[in-house]
Design a protein around this ligand. Structure first.
Ligand code: ADP
Ligand code: C5P
Ligand code: MG
Length: 222
């Protein structure tokens, strides 16, 4: 089997689950694209892994200290654990996925059991930046959305869903999110196989991905 062995560059190894990576800047629409693909596959032989779930445990820090963390730097993520879990899933083993609490800026004590599936979608801001993750991915997608649209989406979402104030989103964007985007995320676009403009409601791009995934599933069943 060998999860880290490519049969040939560009060929998909049908002997193991297929790992699809979706990256792009904050607010680009990664999570929405992943969810739309999931919703379009009736058999649900698919699982989504969010890189956000693998932010490092910060229980040893006070809340005030946690606010100061740079959550857009590669070192904020426990990619060692993420890679171990990806390899487990690729070998057909279940994992105990961490649960992240954006309001507490910390990992929760509980985990969630994730069963292996034939299609695994990994989505997050810094997955193509890590060569070890890149080497595991069969299909690499970059969701490309202009920065002005992304910050507008982020302000709306973070206030509604992540317990933030307008001032805190703007301050974080200018001090850490934007610089890290330019340093790590934008340059990782060159590793993508496919670029999807605008994100979640790009129906043509989502339909193309769903058709491709369905054809892989059919080939695997042969
Ligand atoms: P990401 O995971 O890349 O940060 P999300 O998928 O969470 O981005 O999208 C951020 C916000 O923008 C969400 O509220 C989502 O509903 C919205 N959104 C995503 N794609 C689009 C789109 N194509 N047009 C308008 N809004 C979108
Ligand atoms: O879904 P999205 O790509 O926006 O998630 C990643 C973003 O979450 C990063 O840009 C990071 O700034 C933000 N984040 C945060 N607070 C945390 C952890 C992540 O604002 N505690
Ligand atoms: Mg997201």
């Amino acid at each position: 089997m060998g999860y880290n062995k490519k049969i040939e560059k560009g060929m998909i190894n049908l002997q193991r689950p297929i790992l699809i990576g979706i990256t792009g800047g904050t607010g680009s629409g990664k999570s929405t694209v992943a969810q739309e693909i999931f919703n379009s596959l009736p058999e649900k032989n698919i699982v989504i892994i969010e890189q956000d779930s693998y932010y490092k445990d910060q229980s040893h820090l006070t809340f005030e200290e946690r606010i100061k963390t740079n959550y857009d730097h590669p070192l904020a993520f426990d990619n060692d654990l993420l890679i171990k879990h990806l390899k487990d899933l690729l070998e057909g083993k279940p994992i105990e996925k961490p649960i992240y609490d954006f309001e507490a800026h910390n990992r929760k004590k509980e985990t969630v059991r994730v069963e292996p599936k034939d299609i695994i979608i990994l989505e997050g801001i810094l997955i193509l930046d890590d060569e070890r993750i890149r080497n595991l991915l069969d299909i690499k997608i970059f969701v490309d959305t202009d920065a002005d649209i992304r910050i507008i989406r982020r302000i709306t979402r973070d206030i509604k869903e992540r317990g933030r104030t307008l001032e805190s989103v703007i301050e974080q964007y200018l001090t850490t999110v934007r610089p890290a985007h330019m340093q790590f995320i934008e340059p990782s676009k060159k590793y993508a196989d496919i670029i999807i403009p605008e994100g979640g409601y790009n129906k043509v791009a989502i339909d193309l991905m769903v058709t491709k995934i369905k054809s892989i599933i059919m080939q695997k069943q042969k």
